[in-house]
Design a protein around this ligand. Structure first.
Ligand SMILES: [Zn+2]
Ligand SMILES: [Zn+2]
Length: 325
């Protein structure tokens, strides 16, 4: 094992079994990132936390960052922690890099190099590197409303779906609640043009930048796109098409690889979806693509109070209903 920061060690499975080095390092806490929990005889000696994760680019480690980082903080109060995976190169390093990024407000590269200086063998896989970049973009926390994070989670789901590894609970967690007929008056909604049924909130729209063509699912190109869009401050968000996150009323079809999207009330066809993605007319590859046809829906804004200047220069609040466009 290698000490990478005060009271933080990184290592492999063999290191955790080595009682002497564990005791020399005064380890009190063990964070395991493995495919199975540690044997009970080790678990009984330390305060342990186990995250089931494989060293694969399409494994979601990001979602567990907050609880892992809290565990490391807890350990450092009165003890020391070893963060370990099988060999101590990818999974464990990723979590410690995330911790350093958060504590010191560092970018991925700087934090990675700090860990590498102490443990030269570390090498987070490309999927984990992508997740670290995304973590930095979300200001070192999980923001469930972040469009990039939503797209990341949908991509993870799409990959699992392709491998036939989807369970009922996964689908439940994936879908956002449908807006209801008596939705709060402040919500901006898209409604079916034909029957006026509320279909999805404006916040469900997933944005993409125009023209950054990316055909295949590849973490390397995703990573470079994420970095590129970071540096290009004048990136243009595509306005040509509506892509949304899957909504509850799509539950019956969403586990197919592709299909039609119809209004749950009047059954009018309003769009289509394909998990592996499609090309937007702007030139960008959008994956997954839950594509709503613009001419089948109306954007409905709530009633708003608009200040109006009266002829005698006095202001008055006037209620104005903005109609559906
Ligand atoms: Zn309808
Ligand atoms: Zn587009």
């Amino acid at each position: 094992m290698d000490q990478v920061y005060d009271k933080i060690y990184v290592g492999g499975f063999e290191d955790v079994k080595d009682e002497e080095s564990m005791s020399d390092a005064k380890i009190t806490h063990v964070l395991s990132l493995l495919d199975r929990p540690l044997p009970p005889e080790i678990q009984n000696k330390y305060k342990c936390k186990f995250i089931r994760v494989l060293d694969m680019p399409d494994e979601n480690l990001l979602t567990y960052f907050p609880e892992c980082l809290r565990f490391i903080d807890e350990a450092r109060v009165n003890g020391a922690v070893i963060v370990h995976c099988l060999v101590g190169c990818s999974r464990s390093a990723t979590v410690v890099i995330a911790w350093l990024m958060q504590k010191k407000q560092l970018d991925v590269k700087t934090a990675l190099n700090m860990v590498k200086d102490c443990r030269p063998c570390i090498r987070p896989n490309t999927g984990f590197q992508f997740q670290l970049e995304l973590f930095a973009r979300m200001a070192y926390d999980i923001n469930v409303n972040n469009s990039d994070y939503k797209t990341f989670k949908l991509n993870m789901f799409g990959l699992k779906l392709g491998e036939g590894k989807i369970f009922n609970n996964d689908v439940k967690n994936l879908l956002v609640a449908s807006p209801t007929e008596n939705h709060p008056k402040t919500e901006v909604l898209y409604k079916c043009k034909k029957c006026r049924h509320p279909l999805f909130r404006e916040s469900s729209l997933l944005s993409h930048t125009t023209g950054d063509w990316e055909r295949s699912f590849d973490w390397n190109s995703k990573l470079s796109n994420l970095r590129k869009s970071d540096s290009e401050k004048n990136k243009v968000t595509c306005k040509e098409s509506l892509f949304v996150e899957p909504v509850q009323w799509m539950a019956d079809v969403v586990t197919n690889q592709s299909g039609k999207l119809t209004c749950p009330k009047c059954l009018a066809k309003i769009g289509s979806f394909i998990w592996c993605g499609e090309k937007c007319p702007c030139g960008s590859w959008v994956a997954p693509a839950f594509h709503i046809q613009k001419n089948k829906v109306d954007l409905c804004r709530p009633f708003v109070l608009v200040p109006r200047v009266l002829p005698n220069n006095q202001f008055m609040q006037e209620t104005v209903a903005t109609s559906c466009s």
